[in-house]
Design a protein around this ligand. Structure first.
Ligand code: FES
Length: 242
């Protein structure tokens, strides 16, 4: 498979087939390139009511060039219907092109370490589901290490990464390519567009953001870290009506 050579790829991530990528249009929608599958994905709670798993829902048709809403105002979500032209939402990209790890805090445990860049938090809460990943990673024992790795892997945005301290590589495998429309029934809100599998995101400027295994793109229009989600959809009560 051909790989782009001028892009930054996060350690442990693998770029998808370059024909599959997302173009962020200036003050407009996301343009999907290639034809990756797009499904609704619902956060499922455990018995204690905390984020634990995902359930796949309805599929939406995508072809090369499909435009997906990122202002939050389309009447045809997840697709763009041109509402951004009238909504008056500032969709200017504000995220850095630097690798996510440059702004991350690191917490070391006996065998694993955790990197955490809060700017990318999508408020999915797999990290604080009765146990807290920041504590689990520091506790000795395979049970705690496995739980910490699971919690990080469920984090849709990639904010959280668990690393093997011996190999200095993430404790997760590259994911298959997929696009998901996140739904969060516990908070009665809709969330970001989730990109899995090393999908390149191209800014309206033409530059590419770091390629990562897990990424979340804002579709409510309120993030302060556009094009990435920063959890603002929860505070504004974004609902996509899907
Ligand atoms: S979808 Fe999360 S901040 Fe917009």
């Amino acid at each position: 498979m051909a790989q782009d050579t001028d892009v930054i790829v996060q350690p442990g991530s693998v770029q998808s087939d370059p024909s599959v990528h997302i173009e962020v249009s200036k003050n407009g929608p996301y343009i999907v390139r290639g034809a990756p599958a797009l499904h609704v994905q619902v956060i499922v709670a455990n018995e204690a009511g905390n984020s634990w798993a995902y359930q796949q829902g309805q599929e939406f048709a995508v072809k090369d060039g499909t435009a997906l809403c990122r202002c939050g105002h389309s009447k045809k979500k997840p697709y763009c219907d041109g509402s951004h032209l009238r909504a008056g939402v500032d969709l200017t990209e504000t995220a850095t092109f630097q690798p996510m790890l440059e702004g991350a805090e690191e917490i070391d445990g006996p065998n694993y370490s955790l990197t955490d860049n809060e700017a990318y938090c999508a408020f999915a809460r797999f990290c604080d589901n009765g146990n807290r990943i920041w504590n689990e990673v520091q506790m000795p024992g395979e049970q705690h290490e496995k739980l910490a790795a699971y919690m990080a892997h469920q984090c849709p945005s990639g904010r959280l990464l668990i690393w093997d301290r011996a190999t200095r590589m993430p404790v997760e495998a590259p994911l298959p390519v997929s696009l998901s429309l996140l739904e969060d029934p516990a908070e009665s809100v809709s969330g970001p567009l989730v990109l899995r599998g090393g999908i390149r995101v191209q800014s309206a400027s033409g530059a590419s953001y770091e390629i990562r295994n897990r990424q979340t793109l804002c579709r409510c229009g309120a993030s302060s870290n556009k094009p990435f989600c920063d959890g603002s959809h929860a505070s504004i009560g974004f609902r996509d009506g899907l």
